[in-house]
Design a protein around this ligand. Structure first.
Ligand SMILES: [Cu+2]
Ligand SMILES: [Zn+2]
Length: 201
């Protein structure tokens, strides 16, 4: 009981500090009225950087879980980090899918690969690939993968053509061999919706 009270008090304090801290950009908003909505949403993130989180949910018959953190370290360069467990040894296809919906037992509700510009499926460094093609993550013999992936071209902004806010990140049973249309990476073993952290306050 005591620890519950204490953690409650800490989160209250954090919330108060967040409210009390001045907006980092409030002094430099001369051009505010000329900014589009996307730019405004960008500068209003804490510390000027939007971060998001995806909590991975195992699909039916899978025990894959984990939490992924997304940081837009430069405009349209998103760094994805975290740990995934419950995988089989080896490579697993890793993609952003278009629908932020992980409700179906097989993960198919997340739809196809996020690809606003269309084109063929491929490796992230290939000339042609879907924007959501992030290659593979690699699990060790204990089924654990340390994710450290750069997603280029996508944004955590709440809108705009490259926005991945509210979309899904999907992990597959098999290796993505980068063949069109989906890389033969098999079933979906985990799915998580990418949610902006600032919306969770
Ligand atoms: Cu996928
Ligand atoms: Zn693809």
């Amino acid at each position: 009981m005591k620890s519950i009270l204490r953690s409650h008090r800490v989160s209250m304090l954090t919330a108060l500090l967040c409210i009390a801290s001045p907006l980092p950009v409030s002094g430099q908003m001369h051009g505010h009225e000329h900014m589009n909505m996307q730019e405004q949403l960008h500068v209003h993130g804490h510390g000027g950087m939007i971060t998001s989180t995806a909590i991975l949910v195992a699909t039916s018959g899978s025990s894959v879980s984990g939490t992924l953190k997304f940081r837009e370290i430069e405009d349209r360069i998103v760094h994805i980090t975290g740990t995934v467990t419950g995988l089989t040894l080896g490579k697993h296809g890793f993609h952003i899918h278009v629908n932020g919906n992980c409700d179906s037992p097989d993960g198919m509700s997340a739809g196809g690969h996020f690809s606003p510009a269309g084109g063929k499926h491929g490796a992230p460094d290939a000339k042609e690939h879907h924007m959501g093609d992030l290659g593979n993550i690699v699990a060790d013999a204990g089924g654990r993968a340390n994710v450290d992936v750069i997603a280029a071209g996508v944004s955590l902004a709440l809108m705009g053509p490259g926005s991945i806010d509210g979309r899904a990140i999907v992990i597959h049973a098999k290796e993505d061999d980068f063949s069109d249309p989906v890389g033969n990476s098999g079933a979906r073993v985990a799915c998580g919706v990418i949610e902006a952290d600032m919306m969770r306050m």
